[in-house]
Design a protein around this ligand. Sequence first.
Ligand SMILES: *[C@@H]1O[C@H](CO)[C@@H](O)[C@H](O)[C@H]1NC(C)=O
Ligand SMILES: *[C@@H]1O[C@H](CO)[C@@H](O)[C@H](O)[C@H]1NC(C)=O
Ligand SMILES: *[C@@H]1O[C@H](CO)[C@@H](O)[C@H](O)[C@H]1NC(C)=O
Ligand SMILES: *[C@@H]1O[C@H](CO)[C@@H](O)[C@H](O)[C@H]1NC(C)=O
Ligand SMILES: *[C@@H]1O[C@H](CO)[C@@H](O)[C@H](O)[C@H]1NC(C)=O
Ligand SMILES: *[C@@H]1O[C@H](CO)[C@@H](O)[C@H](O)[C@H]1NC(C)=O
Ligand SMILES: CC(=O)N[C@H]1CO[C@H](CO)[C@@H](O)[C@@H]1O
Length: 495
Amino acid sequence: MKCIEVAVLFVLVQAAIPHNAAFARLVNTTSYPTTVAPDLIHPEETTGPYPHSTPVLFSNVSGSLDDQGICQCSVYLPDTTFPVQKVEQLEIIAQTLSQKFESELSKVTLYMKTVELYEQKIQNLTIKVEHMEKNSVSYTEMDFQLLKMEIIEMEKLITQLKLTLGGSNVIVEQLYVEIKNLTLIVNDMESMDTNNILAIRRQIVYLQNQLKACEGNSNKTIEVPYFPPGSCTHGGLLNVSQPYNIQLNWRGFSYKYGAWGRDYSPLTPEKDLYWVAPLNLDARYLEYYRLYNSYDDLLLYKNPREYRVALGDGSGTIVYKNFMYFNYYGSREIAKLDLNTNTIVLRKALPNAAYGNRFSYASVTWQDMDLSVDENGLWVIYSTEASTGNIVISKLNETSLDVLNTWQTKQYKPSVSSAFIICGVLYATRTVNTRKEEIFYAYDTKTGQESKISIIMDKMLETVQSINYSPGDQRLYIYNDGYLIRHDLTFKPIL
Ligand SMILES: *[C@@H]1O[C@H](CO)[C@@H](O)[C@H](O)[C@H]1NC(C)=O
Ligand SMILES: *[C@@H]1O[C@H](CO)[C@@H](O)[C@H](O)[C@H]1NC(C)=O
Ligand SMILES: *[C@@H]1O[C@H](CO)[C@@H](O)[C@H](O)[C@H]1NC(C)=O
Ligand SMILES: *[C@@H]1O[C@H](CO)[C@@H](O)[C@H](O)[C@H]1NC(C)=O
Ligand SMILES: *[C@@H]1O[C@H](CO)[C@@H](O)[C@H](O)[C@H]1NC(C)=O
Ligand SMILES: *[C@@H]1O[C@H](CO)[C@@H](O)[C@H](O)[C@H]1NC(C)=O
Ligand SMILES: CC(=O)N[C@H]1CO[C@H](CO)[C@@H](O)[C@@H]1O
């Protein structure tokens, strides 16, 4: 290759400077003007006011002898005899041409160097390709990609070079062919990838990209839509947050049973009222409760208002519009307690309700009646003998404690750990292990449809004694073995 290159370069140099030969001779003719033959002069230079068709070679001259006896004579050479001015012009032109040649020559040297560099690059690439061919197992997609990029770059450079040289250069053509050849070989090698490793790799990359795109999309859908408190324009419970606000109840660690929550007063939503109602050590009697007027007070056990109730039964207590509702001790009655005065203002029997620890929740005793509040008002979750222990839901008139409507579910109450109602949908939980509960069952009172769901809820300790939903902040308030914990909820959009 080297030899061909040099030889062709010589041709290139000659081709690049067509005036060179004429120029050299002209240089010599200026030294010997009398020997100038008309045909040696460039045709362009012969045209002029003094045509050489009738040359006069000799003329008579007059002469004289000087003091030293040397013969002196003046010769008059007419323009027609020798074009002195033309020669001067030629000299100037020759100089210009000479400079041009120099610059052309230096260009060629530059091209030469570039070509050498390309030559080396091609050699390097060839070595790489050969190496890859030999070790066909070890090559990777990366190798091919790099190789292809290099080849493409080379192709670009060569094309550029071709343009600069006017497209008629043999070496450049040669380089171009070689590069094309390399491309073919690389493509060939790829297609000879018998194990389809590259194809599989590409497929993996494609799948990874799809996955990323999918993630990007799903992030958009996971972006939880906002539903203002009190609103039921969502499509049900989506998820439950990590537990927050871990705090021991005010009576202490041994008071493992109880309930707590936040009052929901839709007409005065700005009013903050937290209530904590641990049961006595017998895990049955609701005797004392505390109220806090702010979340900060609750956290710091500050400014509590502590009251004594004339006995409630179990931890199914709830507070709604500044009234506390609970199962009155030893009866199927629901009691309504005015929190302003701590007096029971109403007691009413819940028809057919089982009571006295007949159908309590799985790991909690004496919670035959679980009172609940959602966006629509007051509910009670219980069982009857007729329901054979399955959960019965009743909507209550909070003023009269009359049952407004009743729904029978197919879920056995003693097999769930707790339940709550959101937007008319009952959600029931069961214990997964000592650290997790699962919201596994839903019953929609609007449609009478029940469904199996699975939302995992972390807990601090083993047993969940009660779960109360607060529509005012859309949170769950859980009494967990004497600890008060709270979860945020997210909701699905309506599909
Ligand atoms: C020009 O003249 C020089 C001597 O001055 C000579 O060496 C050279 O060969 C001549 N070139 C041509 C092209 O006649
Ligand atoms: C070719 O490879 C040699 C050895 O790896 C390296 O030194 C040289 O720089 C390479 N040349 C080009 C143009 O990449
Ligand atoms: C192209 O490659 C083939 C085989 O790889 C080789 O035989 C041929 O001489 C190459 N052509 C050029 C112009 O390098
Ligand atoms: C999607 O969300 C996850 C976790 O929130 C995050 O790591 C990832 O970068 C997100 N992807 C996009 C495309 O936003
Ligand atoms: C639900 O919330 C938990 C706790 O924040 C989180 O670990 C889990 O990834 C969430 N699940 C879904 C499906 O968003
Ligand atoms: C609830 O009971 C009160 C008092 O008996 C009654 O005035 C009211 O209309 C009842 N509300 C509903 C929705 O039945
Ligand atoms: C060639 C030419 O013109 N020669 C002439 C030179 O002058 C002498 C005398 O003056 C002539 O006799 C020649 O003929």
